[in-house]
Design a protein around this ligand. Structure first.
Ligand SMILES: CC(C)(COP(=O)(O)OP(=O)(O)OC[C@H]1O[C@@H](n2cnc3c(N)ncnc32)[C@H](O)[C@@H]1OP(=O)(O)O)[C@@H](O)C(=O)NCCC(=O)NCCS
Length: 422
């Protein structure tokens, strides 16, 4: 690495930030990194608005030797913001890492490693117990202690007359069609309720609000195709919504779901019935929880085809006692876990003493019952993977008795679902 590289953090709250060439350059760099077009002025203003609302911290690396305009565009970008993660038992601060890009001219020189290492140190200094990210590739972030902790299914559902839900009790709620321009308060209510009841749910960055009010971040213009169905529960309060577009495909049409958020099982199924009831369209594609009640609610479950189940939220435990005390435990008992961490943050042994669904977790010098690395601890954290599976993968070590005890303590429903993309 040369001395000509400058690592700097932008002050997005500064007056005149939108005209600062480095701010403009930073935005240009992430658009380039994620293969999008150059931002318009209106897009930049919107981006600044949401980045400020989230208190995002945007860091970049500038190459002082780059000529002319290129000098204002960083060769690497990195950002974080802090929201909350529902662990299944509590809501904890989560350090959300995003906008990680390195220019093709500067890749594989250790820029991302330095930005990541320093950033995780900042998270520890800020007393945030865990970090999360989503990854565009599968082999980059393990070395920093992250592991896939939730998955999200991609569905293709036949909504012709073959789509039928089984008889089920109904609660008197109903679905209404809504206008993206004015429905944001209802959608925000649903997001908050969903976060409260869903293990793996993450507080949403502010750009969701702009998008669900009808701004298309990809096209950098008003989204005139976005439609909304909102479910009102028996008390008249919104408890679910689906945001979708419809595309004509020859004689038929395909419904594409962009966002599907519910706080109750009834809302989930009612919104599926609503999607199936859209005339002229016989296919619905879109995301779904990896563990989806729809499968078991259908008369013919084969109308619902899973096209893929990619990993979604990656978790990196930084503070082991705080993170483990915040998650649910499913049996009473005690166990010593020894965690190894290449970056040192989570290194050491802790005694977990669980009782009544929660645990106290304290550092200990006692002999460990079970050993694992921080990456594996992240994978197990939200319950998407069972201890036994990780043990059979050679990722958790201990006697059969100790592994059985760990499984009894740590494994339990509900399975996690994170539908926030960042
Ligand atoms: C992925 C990316 C950020 C890596 O940046 P970089 O500065 O080249 O990475 P570094 O040189 O710091 O490499 C750090 C480590 O990650 C490894 N690594 C980097 N990119 C990798 C990849 N695509 N696959 C596997 N390993 C990778 C390096 O080998 C290195 O390993 P080591 O330190 O253990 O030897 C960069 O290639 C990029 O901008 N890609 C496009 C955008 C993207 O995918 N962003 C991630 C989405 S969140």
């Amino acid at each position: 690495m040369t001395d000509d590289l400058r690592f700097e953090t932008l002050d997005l709250h500064a007056e005149g930030a939108s005209d600062d060439p480095r701010v403009r350059g930073w935005l240009d760099a992430i658009m380039r990194g994620f293969l999008q077009g150059r931002p318009t002025d209106a897009f930049r203003e919107k981006w600044l608005l949401v980045a400020r609302a989230d208190d995002a911290v945007n860091r970049g690396v500038w190459d002082a030797t780059a000529p002319g305009m290129a000098g204002a565009v960083p060769v690497a970008t990195f950002a974080h913001l802090t929201k909350t993660l529902n662990t299944g038992a509590a809501s904890v601060p989560a350090w959300m890492i995003t906008d990680v890009t390195v220019a093709p001219t500067h890749r594989r020189r250790g820029l991302m490693r330095r930005l990541m290492t320093e950033n995780l140190e900042a998270a520890v200094a800020a007393d945030v117990p865990l970090a999360v990210l989503t990854a565009s590739e599968g082999a980059i972030y393990q070395r920093f202690g992250f592991a896939p902790a939730t998955r999200e299914a991609r569905l293709r559902v036949d909504t012709s007359s073959r789509f039928r839900l089984r008889e089920r009790p109904h609660d008197g709620g109903r679905v209404v069609m809504a206008d993206p321009g004015s429905s944001w308060p209802a959608l925000a209510t649903v997001n908050a309720r969903h976060h409260e009841v869903t293990r793996g749910a993450l507080g949403r960055p502010a750009y969701y609000g702009e998008w669900l009010r009808g701004y298309d971040w990809e096209e950098q213009s008003e989204d005139r195709r976005l439609r909304l169905g909102v479910r009102l529960g028996p008390d008249g309060e919104p408890d679910g919504y689906v945001a979708y577009t419809v595309k004509e495909e020859g004689d038929s049409a395909e419904v594409k779901v962009h966002d599907f958020v519910t706080a109750t099982g009834t809302a989930h199924l009612d919104l599926w019935q609503f999607l199936a009831d859209i005339d002229l369209a016989e296919v619905v594609v879109g995301p779904a929880p990896a563990s989806d009640p729809l499968v078991h609610a259908l008369v013919d479950h084969r109308v619902r085809r899973v096209t893929s189940v990619p990993d979604h939220l990656w978790v990196r435990i930084l503070d082991v006692p705080r993170s483990l005390e915040a998650r649910p435990w499913f049996a009473d008992g005690t166990l010593v876990l020894e965690v190894s961490d290449p970056l040192g943050h989570a290194d050491g042994a802790v005694r977990v003493t669980a009782s009544g669904g929660r645990a106290s977790v304290v550092p200990t010098a006692d002999e460990p019952d079970v050993t694992l690395d921080v990456e594996t601890l992240g994978a197990l954290y939200l319950g998407d993977v069972a201890v036994d599976l990780m043990a059979r993968a050679g990722r958790v070590a201990g006697t059969d008795e100790a592994l059985g005890r760990f499984a009894a303590l740590a494994d339990g429903s509900p399975s996690p679902h994170c539908n926030t993309h960042f």
